[in-house]
Design a protein around this ligand. Structure first.
Ligand code: SAH
Ligand code: SF4
Length: 384
């Protein structure tokens, strides 16, 4: 199988072009086609000589995510189900920060991306792990989620159409890809399907590409990685030069609660996880977020608030409370609204910076893995 072109950095492409005796400016022309214009095929790259296009085609693939399903409307949370080259499905969720409730255009968009097909960690409440783990996503499959959503959303369609038909871009007038604020997606949360830190190398390379000014142009501080608690990888992330934000899926402030719902806690119990987070926080000097899904009768007792507050303070972390999203076939439910509000108030009283998310997208199966699970199961049912 060929390496996909969207898994290489500018430096790596430059080395390849040098080896081919291609002038250096061709690299930027190629990057412009890939990341600014989101080209669908080699032949669209009209300002690259045919011989170079042929060399590229021979040596690299140019995979495009195929849209299998889309749910939601442009001014609310939208879910995209993608079919990969091998037939596997993954999801991305586009969340507008200002859902145009009063008619104003929504300017900031966050894209929640997947890093694996399925998940091996089997948290009891989560749809992503229900049918197990299939494979890691390739670098290009992580990167393509952003480009494919932008393509589908058509925001830059008109602009692109203009530049697609423009005469050959010559190096003298070559423009850098558009700055972050002209892109549709300007925040990324790695909170879709899969455990990002279990696909560490692909994740970091993909985020490098999405962060670079010649690539996605999305600031590292606008990229949040969420993990269920892989302590050694958190330490590894701490020494990466890029300043990503880190979110820990805690969901329980004691080993007793975490062990019940998250098998990973048996491997890396809270003492180990918090020590890794503490090191991360010290090295990076950045605030960590503790994600806490509220599940009725499992982790919503006020007894959890004290150990949670102690932990949050030790890590200089804020707490993000998320009422559980119902998953078909699973028994768990979200607590009543008053219970969530009481939990929030108790944490605030203990001086912890806390937010309670009033869920966006609950109605369209936005909790990770659900749309894919439904689709895969429906497909299996029809082929049996
Ligand atoms: N594997 C990583 C990232 C993907 S999960 C992790 O676990 O952090 C992203 C977030 O969605 C996690 O905090 C996860 O616990 C949460 N989540 C999973 N299923 C959910 C559900 N049904 N309702 C609400 N949040 C859910
Ligand atoms: Fe995997 Fe995260 Fe879901 Fe746990 S919560 S099963 S780690 S995707």
């Amino acid at each position: 199988m060929l390496t996909d072109i969207k898994s290489l950095t500018r430096e790596e492409l430059a080395a390849q072009f040098k080896q081919w005796n291609e002038p250096a400016f061709r690299v930027d022309q190629l990057l412009d086609w890939l990341y600014a214009r989101r080209a669908l095929a080699w032949d669209a790259m009209s300002n690259l000589p045919k011989t170079l296009r042929a060399k590229l085609r021979e040596n690299y693939s140019l995979q495009i995510l195929e849209l299998a399903r889309r749910q939601g409307s442009p001014d609310t949370t939208q879910k995209f189900l993608w079919k990969l080259a091998d037939g596997a499905f993954i999801e991305s969720v586009l969340i507008p920060a200002n859902p145009a409730l009063y008619g104003e255009a929504s300017d900031r968009h966050t894209l929640c991306i997947s890093t694996q097909v399925g998940c091996a960690y089997g948290c009891r409440f989560c749809a992503s792990g229900l049918d197990g783990w299939k494979r890691n996503l390739g670098i290009h499959e992580i990167v393509e989620q952003i480009l494919a959503v932008e393509r589908e959303s058509g925001k830059l369609e008109a602009e692109n159409r203009k530049s697609m038909t423009a005469a050959a871009v010559d190096p003298a007038t070559f423009k850098q890809p558009p700055a972050t604020d002209s892109r549709l997606v300007n925040n990324i949360v790695v909170m879709g399907m899969g455990e990002p830190l279990a696909n560490y190398d692909h994740l970091i390379q993909a985020l490098k590409i999405l962060n670079a000014p010649w690539g996605g142009g999305i600031g590292a501080r606008r990229i949040t990685i969420s993990t269920s608690g892989l302590a050694p990888q958190i330490r590894k992330l701490a020494v990466e030069p890029m300043q990503f934000r880190l979110a820990i899926s805690l969901h329980g402030a004691t080993d007793e609660v975490r062990n019940r719902i998250m098998p990973i806690n048996r491997k890396y119990p809270l003492t180990e996880l918090t020590a890794a987070c503490e090191d991360y926080q010290k090295l990076k000097g950045r605030m960590i977020t503790l994600e806490y899904i509220l599940i009725a009768g499992v982790n919503d007792s006020l007894e959890q608030t004290r150990p949670l507050a102690t932990l949050a303070k030790r890590l200089y972390a804020k707490v993000n409370l998320i009422p559980y999203n119902k998953v078909e076939d699973l028994p768990w439910v979200r607590p009543a609204e008053e219970v969530c509000e009481r939990f929030l108030a108790a944490l605030e009283k203990l001086d912890v910076t806390t937010t309670l998310r009033r869920e966006k997208g609950g109605d369209i199966d936005a909790a990770c893995g659900q749309l894919r699970l439904k689709t895969e199961r429906a497909l299996k049912a029809t082929t049996l």
